[in-house]
Design a protein around this ligand. Structure first.
Ligand code: DI6
Ligand code: FE
Length: 401
């Protein structure tokens, strides 16, 4: 039934990326879409005759978008955490068989049911905070069948929870043990075998890669991206997280949707991203968990008007944090974003990082995906962590709570 929501306080990004907050507002919902938004006193026909829903003066915000997660995987890296707390280095952990390839072994050995059972609590934690669109990467299979399995599980999670999952094929996450010391051979296997099969089965909405000294070089990443673009798949890149490999410059010049992490991004990379309209996805969870000390160049991104998004980067090794609200809080406390930048970063700009223009804002024509909150002001979500939960989570016109 078409509905007219009344007595609402609307907090939303504008199309231009500004954050606005207005009281005494109303909005009309028709099926999966918002039909109209405006002042309570100016509700036009036919909306005034629609079924009334009273927001009772609560804040209404766009539903959140978590644009960067690795939440489908098996097992845990808790043992590494303990080793690190006892002073072990990354090299010690890698030498003990830890790191991404530890999770690859666990994930390859896991059935679909086991992957679902272990991933459900993680996606549920995000949805409970008001996330109704999220990206889920592969990257813990690193061979054809396990990568396909993880992407199928990602799609299935979205269907089960009635939220929108966008998948990224991240075969270029690490060199698997099967190809130890042969990264170029692995990239050949990836572009000749894995990527075509993933694309043919419609399991990837985009392609991601990890450009880092201990992962893949710019030249290897370019091979992956050229193959992705030949299949008309959008690209994204984990770039400049631990060092400046100049991956962001390559990705932006190839028209990447986003470059992510960016702690070591330089002015050349910023300018290339600004020119391409590539979104900067900042991942404070990994920065915090790794006790990193170099923050991304937020001032430079701001000066060059690069859109900034925030995401959880939920993964077992560097960001075991199933909370977009904590990323919102850390975007301000650790990276110096303003409250408004952070709120735009988990709504409008997170949608842009996924190439989505139909969500992330409360406006006519947008998806009817919104949340209701009891706080005094939306900025409290960035200020205080752990105390706020949405009173309603509506996705495509349907309340998920
Ligand atoms: N960047 C990271 O921090 C994670 N992956 C990536 O591309 C690490 C993932 C892991 O350690 O399991
Ligand atoms: Fe990541």
């Amino acid at each position: 039934m078409p509905q007219l929501w009344t007595r609402a306080r609307l907090a939303t990004a504008t199309l231009e990326g500004r954050w606005t907050e207005r009281s005494d507002m109303a909005f009309a919902v028709d099926g999966e879409r918002i039909a109209w938004v405006g002042p309570q006193a100016e509700v036009p026909e036919p909306y005034s005759g629609w079924e009334l829903r009273d927001a009772e003066g609560r804040w209404v915000m766009p539903a959140f978008i978590d644009c960067h997660t690795h939440l489908v995987y098996a097992g845990s890296r808790f043992n590494e955490f303990e080793m690190r707390q006892r002073g072990a280095s990354y090299e010690d952990i890698a030498a003990a068989g830890g790191g991404i390839n530890f999770t690859v072994r666990e994930t390859r050995a896991a059935s679909v049911d086991a992957l679902l059972a272990q991933s459900l609590p993680r996606i549920r934690a995000l949805v409970r905070e008001g996330v109704t669109t999220l990206e889920i990467k592969s990257g813990y299979g690193l061979s054809l069948e396990p990568e396909l399995r993880c992407l199928r599980v990602a799609r299935n999670l979205g269907e089960r929870l009635r939220v929108d999952v966008r998948t990224s094929f991240l075969g270029a996450h690490a060199v698997p043990a099967d190809f130890r010391g042969r990264p170029d051979d692995y990239i050949t296997y990836l572009v000749d075998e894995m990527l075509p099969a993933v694309h043919e089965q419609g399991l990837a909405d985009m392609v991601d890669a990890y450009c880092e000294s201990h992962a893949f070089s710019v030249a290897q990443i370019e091979r992956v991206f050229r193959a992705a673009q030949a299949l008309e798949l959008p690209i994204r890149l984990h770039a400049e997280q631990r060092s400046n490999q100049h991956g962001a410059r390559l990705a932006a010049r190839l028209g990447a949707l986003s470059c992510d992490h960016l702690e070591h991004l330089d002015v050349e990379g910023v300018r290339a991203m600004a020119k391409a309209g590539t979104v900067a996805v900042l991942l404070p969870g990994a920065y915090y968990f790794l006790r990193d000390t170099q923050a991304p160049p937020v001032k430079l991104l701001r000066q060059n008007e690069v859109p900034i998004a925030l995401a959880s980067d939920l993964n077992p090794g560097t960001s075991p944090i199933a909370s977009l609200l904590l990323a919102l809080h850390m975007g301000c406390t650790l990276f110096g974003l303003t409250v408004q930048e952070a709120l735009v970063g988990v709504t409008l700009n997170a949608a842009r990082a996924l190439g989505l223009r139909d969500r992330g804002r409360l406006a006519a024509g947008q998806l009817a995906s919104f949340t209701l909150w009891d706080f005094e002001a939306p900025g409290q979500l960035a200020y205080e962590y752990g105390v706020h939960r949405p009173r309603a989570i509506v996705h495509r016109g349907r309340n998920l709570l």
